[in-house]
Design a protein around this ligand. Structure first.
Ligand SMILES: Cc1cc2nc3c(=O)[nH]c(=O)nc-3n(C[C@H](O)[C@H](O)[C@H](O)COP(=O)(O)O)c2cc1C
Length: 355
């Protein structure tokens, strides 16, 4: 757990990270009907490993064919063809000495019916975000309140996708519990108004996440990593804080009792003070857990990376590493690097090949 510099190694169980910098999960919407990303999108990940990233995340992979998908052309990892497509990518990432992690999610109420074969949107409660869908400009559809039957189906989607990742050789899997997607929706009373065993207190809101985590761990061998990602914000209604500090720390305490190996904390800006306190999200997380912490949010150069690492064990970049294949080496050299804007990253969702 000792944190001794950006270019020092770090170990979680039997897995070594050669330095503290990595590629954050980034959705790319490039898959065709077969749920397999475009070749240049896969090559992009391998190139980041070759150029020094210690860990490379996949885009968020959707977990089932009924209601999980939120964006067009997302990928899946449950069929043999999908597994076979990822295998050489994972091998190549590992050959470069990087750790390969598959992130998976169910979009919950941030889904749209058009992109889901079953034409359904489900969420803990039948509540829509205030914000309209940024692509269609239409209001999000009112979700069906997820039933106990639906929950089993959703859970099995996570399990099947984790099995796909294990078969493809990934070093680890991450369950996305952040950004206002389904599992995050369960955790926050902004979206979870259930009156049953899955709503109410933080512990009850955590219950479905607990069930998913337990079920996924069963299929992720102990020699692979199992992570969760959490945030206090969502991709829709971004101004809303999803937790109070007490609730957030309770969620982290509950995660710490689960059979997971690390927590990835997603922020918009790693240094921003959270919950009206004088601490940032990593510090607030660290206060209540001994698990390794990954941090992300506006890390763009050597000094911001070093500062972010003070309160965490690994630092992820999305926009900077997306737009600059040499980012890790540029950070190492300490050269001045630009802070990237969200609009610049929209290129990720286009057909433009990125090096
Ligand atoms: C193009 C793009 C796609 C993203 N897709 C995902 C995703 O699939 N899963 C996820 O957890 N976060 C996703 N994010 C959020 C990033 O992982 C990260 O938390 C956020 O961009 C802040 O880091 P940054 O300031 O280094 O960009 C995405 C970000 C970008 C820019």
């Amino acid at each position: 757990m000792k944190n001794d510099g950006l270019f020092s190694a770090f170990r979680i169980k039997n897995i070594t990270f050669k330095n503290r910098l990595g590629v954050a999960p980034m959705t790319r919407t490039s898959s065709s009907q077969d749920g397999i990303p475009r070749q240049d999108v896969l090559d992009f990940l391998v190139l980041r490993a070759k150029n020094g990233a210690a860990v490379v995340y996949t885009e968020a992979i959707v977990t089932d064919y009924e209601s999980a998908q939120g964006y067009p052309r997302q990928s899946r990892l449950t069929t043999q063809r999908q597994i076979d497509a990822w295998k050489p990518v994972v091998q190549a990432i590992k050959k470069e000495g990087a750790v390969a992690i598959m992130q998976m999610f169910h979009c919950g109420r941030v889904a749209t019916t058009e992109v889901n074969p079953a034409n359904r949107v489900i969420a803990p409660s039948p509540l829509t975000p205030r914000q309209h869908n940024p692509s269609s400009k239409a209001p999000y559809p009112v979700p069906d309140e997820i039933s106990l039957f639906d929950m089993q189906h959703v859970l099995l989607g996570f399990v099947e996708t984790a099995r796909g990742a294990v078969a493809a050789g990934f070093d680890g899997v991450e369950v996305h519990c952040a950004h206002g997607y389904l599992l995050n929706e369960f955790l926050s009373n902004y979206s979870n108004q259930r009156q049953d065993a899955y709503g109410g207190s933080v512990e009850k809101r955590f219950r479905f996440v607990h069930e998913v985590v337990q079920a996924v761990r069963e299929v992720v061998p102990q020699d692979r990593l199992f992570l969760v990602r959490i945030s206090n914000w969502g991709v829709v209604d971004m101004d809303v804080e999803l937790f109070t500090k007490t609730e957030y720390q309770e969620v982290i305490r509950l995660f710490s009792k689960e059979p997971i190996d690390a927590i990835s904390v997603s922020t918009y800006d790693y240094k921003q003070k959270a919950f009206g306190s004088d601490q940032n999200m990593a510090q607030i997380t660290r206060e209540v857990t001994t698990l390794p912490i990954l941090i992300c949010g506006k890390v763009h150069d050597r000094s911001s990376a070093e500062e972010a690492l003070r309160d965490a064990d690994l630092v992820l970049s999305a926009k900077s590493i997306l737009l600059n294949p040499q980012w890790v080496e540029d950070v190492r050299s300490g050269k001045p690097l630009p802070a990237r804007k969200s609009e610049e990253a929209n290129i990720a969702y286009t057909d433009a090949p990125l090096t």
